[in-house]
Design a protein around this ligand. Structure first.
Ligand code: ADP
Length: 467
């Protein structure tokens, strides 16, 4: 079921329930007050008759004649006077009628046995009866003399008019309610359609993008910046990010292919040399084999770095905990020195602070920076730490050739352009891996470099407080 239909049905049902409750309450109040008014009138009449009886007027006993003994002008037994006539009868305690008003002629008002029982107990009794398809309300009251119930006065009046009024009211409420509900459904359907139109457009765009695989398309939305406006903007932002990621991905695949092709081409060339007839000299052969070994090493390094980068980028965040900076720097410097014991690494590890980081990831970052620094200079390399505005700044500085200003903005990108005649084996991935790892720990990595003076790479991570 569509949202449009669901929404429309929902508020139509709510409206129908509200109208039903309201209509029923209104009808009940009307019915109650109508019957109450009627009963009140009958009760007044019964009081008059009871007063007459207790003053000793009128005949007593079951054998008494059925003629009212009152003077006509004060007779409590009205003659038939249209629909509003009140019918009166007196009954003994067995429920036998011994006197009745003239308008009843020889007709008897019925009384239920439950009513008779209640009246014998001295309680008044009200009930509705139907005589020849006409509804009557009867009100009965015991006549009590010296604490004894001696007889029963029963009066009745037609409530056909009231019933008619109530049934008209009922019909009007039902018809009116049904019309209101139908109107609400139609207008709700139209309104829901108007409100949901932008969503429909977004869906169409998404489908078109899926079919055409065209991430450059955007949702056209002209309207206020309400929830739907925000949805359209968010959707477009997401598309822009997807498009950028897709392009980066394509670029990355192209770069990887290119990087892999160079060593593979060299390897194939060298294999051709080895198969040459007549065979190449033993010296050339040794050179070719060492070349091939180097290329294989490069391939392995490249693949390892790609794997490390993929892992670093997949790790969107690390669980960071306080890491003592001093011991970490010492460990990193010692490890770097093991690779080339002839080099001097000046390690300022005397800082007594802790940084919020993942120890292994941070170590990997520092090793990448140290490796680069050692590769690009023959001079000393300095590793140190400082605290600044709630952050720990870990730096690796060298006094090497420095990096050209125009290369700096792209230095941390994957396969960043390698300097012509660069030193040592390169893959152009080390700094990209370092950046991913630092950012996944909530930190930043920056570089300052001057040609001929050297470069300083700085990793900034949050200071671990209170540890
Ligand atoms: P790789 O070192 O494997 O080539 P990196 O991403 O680590 O890849 O480095 C990218 C480039 O940045 C290097 O090729 C080099 O030109 C430059 N670079 C990195 N560190 C230094 C440094 N300490 N001094 C000078 N140039 C550097």
């Amino acid at each position: 079921m569509s949202i449009r239909l669901r929404l429309t049905l929902l508020y139509t049902v709510i409206l129908a329930l509200t109208l039903t409750a309201f209509g029923m309450a209104l009808y009940n109040v009307q019915a109650q007050s109508t019957y109450h008014r009627e009963m009140h009138a009958l009760a007044e009449w019964v009081k008059v008759v009871v007063a007459h009886r207790s003053r000793g007027y009128g005949p007593r006993g079951p054998q008494m004649p059925l003629v009212p003994p009152f003077p006509v002008e004060e007779s409590p037994w009205p003659r038939r006077a249209g629909a509003r006539a009140i019918y009166t009868q007196l009954l003994d305690l067995e429920g036998r009628v011994f006197i009745r008003s003239a308008n009843l002629e020889d007709f008897t008002l019925p009384l239920s046995s439950a009513g008779l029982f209640a009246l014998r107990q001295g309680k008044p009794w009200v009930e509705q009866i139907t005589i020849e398809n006409e509804r009557f309300l009867t009100y009965s009251m015991p006549v009590i003399i010296r604490g004894q119930v001696v007889e029963i006065v029963q009066v009745a009046r037609s409530i056909a008019d009231q019933e008619r009024y109530l049934s008209t009211l009922r019909r009007n409420l039902i018809v009116g309610g049904a019309v209101a509900v139908a109107f609400a459904f139609v207008s709700g359907w139209i309104m829901a359609g108007i409100v949901l139109r932008p969503i429909h457009r977004i869906t169409q765009t998404a489908r078109a993008i899926g079919e055409a695989r065209d991430l450059s398309r955007r949702v056209q939305y002209r309207g206020p910046n309400d929830e739907l406006g925000q949805l359209a903007t968010t959707f477009n932002t997401m598309l822009a990010q997807l498009e950028q990621a897709y392009k980066q991905q394509q670029q990355f695949v192209a770069d990887v292919s290119h990087e892999l092709r160079t060593p593979l081409t060299t390897l194939r060339g060298n294999l051709g040399l080895l198969r040459r007839e007549p065979p190449i000299s033993a010296e050339d052969r040794a050179e070719v084999l060492s070349d091939m070994e180097e290329e294989c090493e490069r391939l392995i390094r490249l693949v390892n770095n790609l794997l490390a980068l993929a892992r670093a980028e997949a790790r969107r965040s690390f669980q960071t905990r306080p890491v003592e900076v001093g011991p970490l720097l010492e460990e990193v410097c010692r490890q770097a020195n093991l690779l080339d014991p002839t080099r001097t690494i000046v390690c300022h590890s005397g800082v007594n602070v802790a940084v919020l980081a993942d120890r292994d990831a941070l170590k990997q970052v520092l090793l990448i920076l140290l490796d680069n620094a050692l590769k690009h200079t023959t001079d000393d390399v300095t590793v140190g730490a400082a605290v600044e505005r709630g952050q720990v700044l870990l730096s690796v500085a060298d006094r090497g050739p420095g990096i050209e200003a125009e290369r700096l903005p792209h230095l941390f990108e994957r396969f960043s352009p390698v300097k012509e005649g660069g030193c040592g084996p390169t893959t152009g991935l080390g700094l990209a891996i370092a950046k991913s790892l630092v950012e996944a720990q909530g930190g930043t990595i920056t570089v300052e470099s001057r040609l001929g003076e050297g470069s300083t790479f700085t990793v900034a991570l949050p200071l671990a407080v209170g540890e």
